[in-house]
Design a protein around this ligand. Structure first.
Ligand code: ZN
Length: 307
């Protein structure tokens, strides 16, 4: 039976504190490009910041809702607990040297399923993993390697990945009292890996600054996106209608373990409302919020960007 498969991650969305430290860390320390400066479409007095590679490709996009007064959050079961960037072939040692020179603290390296991993902390204390890969790329980081989901019972989540998304089991290891189960999408798209971390330790997560809000997977086009929605509905998942997010269409559903999953279309992409060359420099608003621009610009805290 031929089966449609998800190629990999589209984006990861997290919650941060005040935006300036966030911008400085991701564009400075991690050398990402701010590819879109817009607002939370559902709460336009808050920014929505998108970081990615130069062209803002799916699989490289990390987004933040920076809440100025966000309380600190903590990852727990039923939440995504980490994301990892892919370090291109041959650049891992240079990354460690550079971070050391810049006095940026990190844990590791440790070896995870045969690959070296270091973990930084972003300004809100959230883990940012860098994983050594054999991907060939000119960029400092080649988008995502993976995301880690913390689950009490991995099985129902694993079944969504394998039976619906078309992922395959790709190894496991134990880490302290936790078990890491790896799943990988077929093909070599960015962000093709999802790890499930299982722990019996009693722990309760709390959404807030420094936590991941949701994990978005890719649909290559709108027809595929609609087909995914039908498939999920037919499997009994409560899926939202298609929502226009300006740069992609989105559907959302909560996987059985509790993590909010999204499926987002590749088109139209981040160059739909400004040229690639200047993406991220101007506050972009969707049509429904443009008439509020003056008020929105007055309440948003100013942020300085390098370029
Ligand atoms: Zn999203």
């Amino acid at each position: 039976m031929t089966h449609r498969t998800i190629p990999g991650l589209h984006h990861v969305t997290a919650i941060s504190g005040p935006p300036q430290d966030n911008v400085d860390f991701f564009t400075g320390t991690l050398r990402q490009r701010l590819v879109k400066k817009t607002v939370n479409f559902d709460a336009p007095e808050t920014y929505h910041l998108y970081y990615g590679n130069e062209t803002g490709d799916p699989g490289t996009i990390l987004t933040f809702f920076p809440f100025v007064d966000a309380g600190p959050g903590r990852a727990g079961p039923g939440m995504a607990s980490a994301y990892a960037y892919a370090v291109p072939a041959g650049q891992f040692d240079a990354w460690m040297e550079r971070l050391a020179e810049d006095a940026v603290d990190f844990d590791g390296p440790v070896t995870r399923l045969g690959q070296r991993v270091i973990a930084l902390r972003d300004p809100d204390g959230a883990p940012v993993e860098l994983i050594e890969t054999d991907r060939v790329a000119d960029a400092p980081l080649d988008g995502f390697h993976s995301v880690t989901l913390w689950e009490q019972d991995p099985e129902p989540t694993a079944r969504v990945l394998t039976d619906i998304f078309g992922y395959e089991a790709a190894g496991s290891q134990t880490e302290g009292g936790m078990e890491r189960l790896r799943f990988a999408a077929p093909g070599d798209a960015r962000g093709a890996v999802v790890d499930i971390l299982r722990s019996d330790a009693p722990s309760i997560g709390r959404p807030g600054a420094g936590t991941i809000h949701h994990v978005a997977f890719r649909a290559e086009d709108h027809d595929t996106h609609l087909a995914w929605r039908e498939t999920l509905l037919s499997q009994g998942h409560a899926v939202t209608p298609v929502i226009d997010r300006q740069y992609f269409d989105a559907i959302y559903f909560r996987e059985p373990g509790g993590v909010l999953f999204e499926i987002a279309t590749d088109p139209p992409g981040f160059a739909v409302d400004e040229p690639v060359e200047t993406m991220g420099t101007k506050l972009m608003l969707p049509a429904q919020h443009e008439r509020l621009r003056e008020r929105i610009e007055r309440v948003l805290p100013p942020i300085r960007t390098a370029a």
